[in-house]
Design a protein around this ligand. Structure first.
Ligand code: FAD
Ligand code: UDP
Length: 382
């Protein structure tokens, strides 16, 4: 980019310092020498994956528990350039009928819930006997009821989903509850991905390493609109909500929000596993205890409760047909703006995990830079 080096301003303005923005800033600066200004209206980098030490000195995730998992060797190798890892396999219990039972539903869940002693083989027959076959799996209700029947659906999924989304599972795409598998063995891990690990020193340290390039300038507490007219840049990469970029001209895209209530307790351990789900009771969906997730040793412990709500910061796109329709209209508008690239969970309205956002950002980088530098990713070891 020597031809632009003499010009004032930046090659790229990146809006949002979460995974989408940080990956693109790092790639563009490191692999192409581009001059990048990355701004975030929050007072920190990392987006929703940001972590920090609380007043007790415990590493917490202010925006809810973030567990890294992926099947992509490329994504894992890429992030491994910026962090070491602590192997961690997340386990979740669901509080149902007075017991704490493994979720995803597995052999132990069914045996303990119903006081049975089934084998894995018998459990398959059990599921077959209670499942309600659906001609077409269309909704989040269909996915579960067609596999495990209505009683398990009611106990583990219906209440949780209604609380989390403010919608009945029958009103949500199948992809939402399909995130949680059903098992006939005793595997009680929440994820089955090849790579499951936490950044050894936390996400924020990893983001700091990604952005530690002399060509990357970071500006916090700044809405990108405040910069318009102040300084020049060539191309914008936008990772915020797509409807906000276009001033909600077609109306608001629904995003689900959460209130996070953090507590510190004067005991080394609060609950037996990283997360306990409460599908049927209380206003919160789940309680997560960070020390399980981070491996930190500390005489006290910090937990977070998640209370779903309609208003507030946008955290989840809401996958259902009418929202996909509305998103399509905004997506069509993005095609009228060749000066802007839209990437990330909110900008592309996709219920993406962190690794999917990293993969999407890496693919976006390859599209933006069709030159020989783009292949650098493939050869550099993790
Ligand atoms: P974000 O992290 O949202 O970053 C976008 C940034 O843009 C934000 O920091 C925002 O402040 C900024 N921004 C927006 N508009 C503007 C503007 N106008 N001006 C300046 N800045 C702006 N994924 C997993 O893989 N594992 C998990 O366990 C997991 N748990 C999760 C738990 C919760 C409660 C939530 C909400 C998400 C979870 N995720 C998890 C998903 C994960 O958070 C996202 O995939 C990822 O953080 C998305 O990155 P992003 O860069 O697209 O968006
Ligand atoms: N879900 C549920 N009961 C559970 C866990 C999940 O009904 O015990 C449903 C619910 O609709 C939830 C979705 O499955 O929103 C996806 O769950 P996941 O744990 O992946 O949600 P996230 O961590 O993204 O909030």
């Amino acid at each position: 980019m020597t031809e632009t080096a003499a010009q004032p301003g930046f090659d790229y303005l990146i809006v949002g310092a979460g995974f989408a923005g940080a990956v693109l800033a790092e790639r563009l600066a490191t692999a192409t020498g581009a001059r990048v200004l990355i701004v975030d209206r929050r007072p920190h980098i990392g987006g929703n994956a940001y972590d920090r030490y609380d007043d007790a000195g415990i590493l917490i995730h202010p925006y809810g528990p973030h567990i890294f998992h992926t099947n992509s060797a490329d994504v894992f190798a890429y992030l491994s350039r910026f962090t070491e890892w602590r192997p961690y396999q997340h386990r979740v219990l669901a509080s149902v009928d007075g017991q704490q039972l493994p979720i995803p539903i597995n052999l132990d869940t069914v045996n303990r819930l119903y006081g049975l002693n089934l084998t894995a083989f018998e459990l398959e027959a059990f599921f077959a006997s209670v499942a309600e076959p659906a001609a077409q799996i269309r909704t989040s209700e269909d996915v579960v009821v067609s596999k495990v029947g209505r009683d398990l659906y009611n106990k583990f999924f219906r209440g949780y989903t209604r609380k989390q989304w403010g919608l009945d599972p029958s009103e949500l795409d199948a992809s939402v509850t399909a995130r949680v598998p059903t098992r006939t063995n005793r595997d009680d891990r929440y994820f089955a991905d090849t790579y499951q690990a936490m950044p050894l020193h936390g996400y924020t340290r990893m983001f700091e390493a990604m952005l530690a390039h002399p060509n990357i300038k970071v500006m916090l507490n700044t809405d990108y609109r405040e910069l318009q007219g102040l300084l020049p840049w060539r191309h914008t990469i936008y990772t915020g909500p797509v409807d906000a970029f276009f001033d909600h001209c077609y109306g608001r895209l629904p995003y689900r929000s959460l209130e996070f209530v953090h507590e510190t307790h004067a005991t080394p351990q609060f609950q037996p596993v990283g997360t306990v789900n409460y599908p049927n009771d209380y206003g919160y969906t789940r309680i997560s205890e960070f020390k399980h997730i981070t491996g930190q040793a500390h005489p006290q412990t910090s937990v977070v409760y998640e209370y779903p709500q309609a208003e507030g910061d946008p955290y989840y796109p809401v996958p259902r047909p009418e929202n996909a329709e509305l998103y399509k209209r905004y997506e069509a508008l993005t095609h009228t703006r060749p000066d802007v690239t839209f990437v990330g969970r909110l900008a592309t309205y996709r219920y993406y995990n962190m690794d999917q956002v990293v993969a999407q950002a890496l693919a976006t980088f390859r599209r933006l830079t069709a030159g020989p530098e783009a292949s650098e990713l493939a050869v550099q070891p993790g």
